[in-house]
Design a binder for this molecule. Structure first.
Ligand SMILES: NC(=O)c1ccc[n+]([C@@H]2O[C@H](COP(=O)([O-])OP(=O)(O)OC[C@H]3O[C@@H](n4cnc5c(N)ncnc54)[C@H](OP(=O)(O)O)[C@@H]3O)[C@@H](O)[C@H]2O)c1
Length: 243
């Protein structure tokens, strides 16, 4: 029997990229997955069709009202798995970043995940599993003006540790997965620069970038009974980019 048969899951940002790969992977192991998206309805529908579900949930995670409305449709005590995947990446050079840009990134990458998890709490069953998608950027510095992104992901790791302890009385496990560079829409423009791409490949011990399925496999493991004794951890999934 598949390891997640009979389980229900919500994956945020599942319309494309890493979230899409996670949704497909959880579904392939028998989970009934709700596909969350923000604006790319067509892409979300296509993922839903691929896994044979009609469960779609739309919300801009930077809006407290939209997150609240989204969860009002979920019955209480109905979710076994929550994957906090949706996120944004961007440049925030120290010398030139506006307040609006700062707020926009914090609103999705930090406040968004907090809002979602807060509203998910009464919907999560005891013994549920939460996986937060962090980044190796939380652990390594970079000189290309992406300090705030790394800081928001370091915050995700901090939330993971504390929520693991806060939710332990309900036997809810909380872990994080920290991908290294993965080719998705998020990084496509960045890696269209040949020099940047070559540098990233050069820094990788395995000499290549990662792919979304490699991240999804680790998320699946953390949601499965095989990871029942793991909580409060953040696992680098970067092919040794960060060791
Ligand atoms: N790609 C990498 O190299 C890499 C490395 C480390 C960590 N990560 C992390 O992995 C996660 C997924 O990244 P990805 O590469 O798959 O990105 P992506 O291809 O750009 O996809 C981002 C997803 O997040 C959703 N999203 C963005 N802003 C949102 C908002 N305000 N409200 C609700 N949903 C929102 C998007 O929904 P719509 O399509 O509907 O807009 C989309 O489904 C992110 O947390 C990212 O930080 C990525």
């Amino acid at each position: 029997m598949a390891s997640l048969t009979g389980k229900t899951a919500l994956v945020t940002g599942a319309s494309r990229g890493i979230g899409r790969a996670i949704a497909l992977r959880l579904a392939s192991e028998g989970a009934s997955v709700t596909i969350h998206y923000r604006r790319d309805e067509e892409a979300a529908h296509s993922v839903a069709t691929e896994i044979g579900t009609t469960q779609l949930a739309k919300a801009d995670l930077s809006s407290a009202d939209e997150v609240r409305t989204m969860f009002s449709w979920f019955p209480g005590n109905s979710l076994d798995i929550l994957i906090n995947n949706a996120g944004v990446w961007g440049q925030t050079p120290l010398g030139s970043t506006s307040e609006e840009t700062l707020d926009a990134m914090v609103d999705v990458n930090l406040k968004g995940i907090f809002r979602v998890t807060q509203h998910a709490l009464p919907k999560l069953k005891d013994g549920a599993s939460i996986v937060n998608i962090s980044s190796t950027a939380a652990r390594v510095g970079n000189k290309s003006g992406r300090s705030l992104y790394g800081a928001t992901k370091a915050a995700v790791d901090a939330l993971t540790r504390s929520w693991a302890l806060e939710l332990a009385p309900r036997k809810i496990r909380v872990n994080a997965v920290a991908p290294g560079y993965v080719e998705t829409d998020m990084t496509s423009e960045f890696f269209s620069n040949r020099k940047i791409r070559e540098d990233a490949v050069e820094r990788s011990p395995f000499g290549r970038l990662g792919n979304a399925d490699e991240i999804a496999d680790v998320v699946l493991f953390l949601c499965s009974p095989a990871a029942g004794w793991i909580t409060g951890q953040a696992i680098n999934v970067s092919g040794g980019f960060v060791v």
